[in-house]
Design a protein around this ligand. Structure first.
Ligand code: NAI
Ligand code: MG
Length: 356
């Protein structure tokens, strides 16, 4: 069969890394006997320059009409002075909302080839293979009331409200339990149930959903402890399930364990319809157009797309193995370079992966 994929290159290093990712997906599709029909859309700063809108309606429509969205990155510091709704990053929010994406998946795996490149202790990071599942559309970022209000005495109060409904907790919990079933059969739900009522409901619902997954071992952890455990002994985790705010923080913390932002893929999924697959990093304007970017996060995002939206796990595994093989041969882009390795550029990294 043929899958229709929306490719959104965006800004900065976006076009360079997306080109590499696409070439690898095309190659693996050909080898495995399925097709990819690409449709290209504008997003981010470039979309703003060409249409006045960082997420043109045609782009959203195109994304909605596809099997998956393969996104690179958006943004540049030169847009920092634009009003909020015109900024490139707005497009990401619009895309999430327009596709009803409520689950953000961030795998963090330390490849054995890169253990020595990390500044953390070998015994702490060796063997890390976890996934943070973050709820994306609820919690304190969206709860009402929100705003800056003036009280009767004339003093101002900033207000946000952390809200989760039972249904919201149940659906994100199921995503995480499904993943745990396909991974290490362990799920740690992170909350602050000792202080927050919203967390008490969260914990209650996650525990209830766990009954549907007898083969997954559930534990609960307070977020302050989880933040500590992630740097103390990250190997204890398989799937970490958490809400929007805690997940924002913990997923960035977990990302830093690997020591390279250029290696980390992500997926954002809804109940049905296309998911969005993109690297965790941004548009890296400081190295854009210099063939210095590490395309691996983009390439591994493509593997996630094959696994979670296109149901081609075998093709996904082939890509992941090719990346590991190239690293095993000592090839490195600048961001993951260490002494004795062979320094190559973005394009050549793509060629090496393709050749595996
Ligand atoms: P960034 O992730 O773009 O870059 C941070 C540092 O990591 C830079 O030194 C960059 O050169 C390096 N880096 C990032 N990706 C790399 C790669 N693939 N290979 C090698 N080095 C890499 O974050 P920064 O600098 O804070 O933001 C730059 C722009 O990106 C801003 O406009 C920001 O708003 C936007 N951004 C976009 C995101 C997205 O599209 N999802 C996420 C984060 C930031
Ligand atoms: Mg963040």
């Amino acid at each position: 069969r043929t899958y229709r994929i929306t490719a959104l290159a965006g800004d900065g290093i976006g076009p360079e890394i997306l080109q590499v990712g696409r070439a690898i997906l095309d190659a693996v599709a050909k080898r495995m006997g399925f097709g990819i029909q690409w449709q290209e859309g504008l997003i981010g700063g470039i979309a703003y320059e060409q249409t006045g809108d960082p997420l043109p309606p045609e782009t959203l429509k195109m994304a909605q009409d596809s099997d998956a969205v393969y996104l690179a990155a958006v943004g540049d510091f030169k847009y920092d002075t634009l009003p909020r709704e015109k900024r490139p990053e707005r497009a990401l929010l619009g895309l999430r909302a327009g596709l009803s994406l409520f689950a953000n998946l961030r795998p963090v795996k330390i490849l054995p080839q890169l253990v020595d490149a990390s500044s953390l202790k070998r015994e702490v990071i060796e063997g890390i293979d976890l996934m943070v599942v973050r709820e994306l559309t609820g919690g304190i970022y969206f709860g009402q009331p929100k705003g800056i209000f003036t009280d009767a005495q004339g003093s101002r109060r900033g207000v946000n409200t952390m809200v989760y409904s039972e249904a919201e907790v149940d659906r994100i919990a199921r995503v995480a339990f499904d993943l745990a079933q396909k991974r290490g059969h362990k799920l740690c739900s992170v909350d602050k149930a000792n202080v927050l009522e919203v967390s008490q409901l969260w914990r209650e619902r996650v525990t209830a959903v766990a009954a549907e997954y007898p083969d997954v071992e559930l534990s609960h952890m307070y977020v302050d402890n989880a933040a500590m455990q992630l740097v103390r002994w990250p190997k204890q985790f398989d799937v970490i399930l958490t809400g929007n705010l805690f997940g924002d923080i913990l997923s960035d913390e977990a990302a830093m364990l690997t020591g390279s932002i250029g290696m980390l893929p992500s997926a954002s999924l809804g109940a049905s319809g296309p998911g969005v697959y993109e690297p965790v990093h941004g548009s890296a304007p400081d190295i854009a157009g210099q063939d210095k970017a590490n395309p691996i996060a983009q390439v591994l995002s493509g593997a996630m797309m094959l696994r979670y939206s296109l149901d081609q796990p075998e093709a996904a595994a082939q890509i992941e193995q090719a990346v590991e093989a190239v690293l095993a041969q000592g090839y490195r882009t600048g961001d993951i370079y260490s002494e004795g390795m062979t320094l190559i550029g973005c394009q050549e990294m793509g060629e090496k992966i393709l050749a595996m």
